[in-house]
Write a protein that binds this ligand. Structure first.
Ligand SMILES: CC(C)(COP(=O)(O)OP(=O)(O)OC[C@H]1O[C@@H](n2cnc3c(N)ncnc32)[C@H](O)[C@@H]1OP(=O)(O)O)[C@@H](O)C(=O)NCCC(=O)NCCS
Length: 167
């Protein structure tokens, strides 16, 4: 990326199907080589576009949040992925994307937010705790942190976060 890494001129918009391939391309790079692309499906960009937020600068994606509203729990929402380009981290962009999602949740009476991350992803754990998420009890423990052992898949432990929005 050949541009300033300040947050000037960043725009945030909703997602659309054209974002899918762009996000698949950057995901492993932004996660230090961890390929999680099997967890990112094109159908999200078709059916969840109102709850997907894309941060762009100069026409390039510098951050994304993939979320959705629970079908079953009418007051809950879920953040499936958040990713910020490495050059744009620790500047408040992740928080900005979360705030966009929280605002939308508040408008739709979605007051309970869940998210999940891998136990090895200490940066994500610190980020979520800093944003006021609590770690849910699980059925296992890794590095002293409660995890749910079979989450997206069998033997795929995740740290589960929960936050109650103030209404
Ligand atoms: C986790 C991630 C989204 C954070 O985005 P970010 O834009 O750097 O976060 P922000 O700058 O908005 O930080 C918000 C708060 O969290 C804190 N924070 C962010 N990353 C942190 C880290 N690695 N360690 C400690 N605190 C951290 C910030 O200091 C800030 O708190 P402050 O206001 O008290 O300073 C980003 O590091 C990332 O994309 N990582 C790779 C992808 C990933 O792991 N995604 C999460 C799992 S889906």
């Amino acid at each position: 990326m050949n541009q300033d890494s300040n947050l000037n001129d960043i725009t945030i918009r909703n997602g659309n199907p054209l974002d899918f391939e762009k996000i698949i391309k950057v995901q492993p790079l932004w996660w230090n080589g961890r390929d999680l692309t099997s967890l990112i499906l094109k159908i999200f960009f078709i059916h969840f576009r109102d709850t997907i937020f894309i941060a762009e600068k100069g026409g390039e994606i510098v951050g994304f949040l993939i979320g959705f509203f629970s079908q079953y729990f009418s007051n809950e929402a879920y953040i499936h992925f958040i990713g910020i380009h490495p050059h744009f981290r620790k500047k408040g962009l992740g928080l900005s994307l979360y705030k966009k999602f929280f605002n939308l949740c508040n408008l739709n009476n979605r007051t309970v937010i869940h998210a999940a991350t891998s136990p090895i992803n200490k940066d994500s754990i610190k980020f979520h705790v800093r944003l006021g998420f609590i770690i849910e009890p699980g059925d296992g423990e890794i590095d002293g942190i409660p995890v749910t052992l079979n989450y997206y898949k069998i033997n795929n432990p995740k740290v589960i976060f929960k936050k109650h929005l103030k209404t």
